[in-house]
Write a protein that binds this ligand. Structure first.
Ligand code: FES
Length: 156
């Protein structure tokens, strides 16, 4: 269930748009943060009630974008590695394998201490600084194995 704080944030987000439904992306983001990094059915039902949307419509919006995690708890740090063309050409696949080995997980899994979840995503719009990844809200660009090792060490 959404907290009172999250409901107030969603109500404030609704004021930014000409109709309630247009706030669905903001509402999902707020609910996901409120839920500790993932969305559950009661959260989406509540969003539907607030925005006058059916659950299936809210769920469709959430399922379309990789940034929303439905019914899937993620680690404290969500690592999303771009594997689209620019990043792939500059070694994304190699870096993904490096991280799988360093974290001892496969892509899509969370470390046993619940600290890191490793995912791959399509283009994050930072092709000029490929290869790149996003960890929670921050971009990390021009990646190398050394940069990744340093980053993971800092987050440990
Ligand atoms: S291809 Fe990776 S950011 Fe665009």
């Amino acid at each position: 269930m959404l907290s009172e704080k999250a409901k107030k944030e969603i109500e404030a987000a609704m004021q930014k748009y000409p109709n309630k439904r247009s706030a669905v992306m903001d509402a999902l983001r707020i609910a996901q943060q409120d839920g500790g990094g993932h969305l559950e059915k009661p959260d989406m039902e509540e969003i539907g009630r607030m925005l006058d949307m059916r659950l299936v419509e809210v769920n469709a919006a959430a399922a379309f974008y990789t940034m929303y995690k439905i019914n899937k708890p993620i680690g404290k740090y969500h690592i999303q590695v771009c594997r689209n063309i620019s990043c792939s050409l500059l070694g994304a696949e190699h870096l993904i394998k490096h991280m799988e080995k360093a974290l001892n997980v496969k892509t899509g899994e969370t470390t046993s201490d619940k600290k890191f979840t490793l995912s791959t995503v399509e283009c994050l719009g930072s092709c000029g600084t490929a290869p790149m990844m996003q960890i929670n809200d921050d971009f990390h660009e021009n990646l190398t194995e050394q940069k990744i090792d340093e980053l993971l060490r800092k987050l440990e």
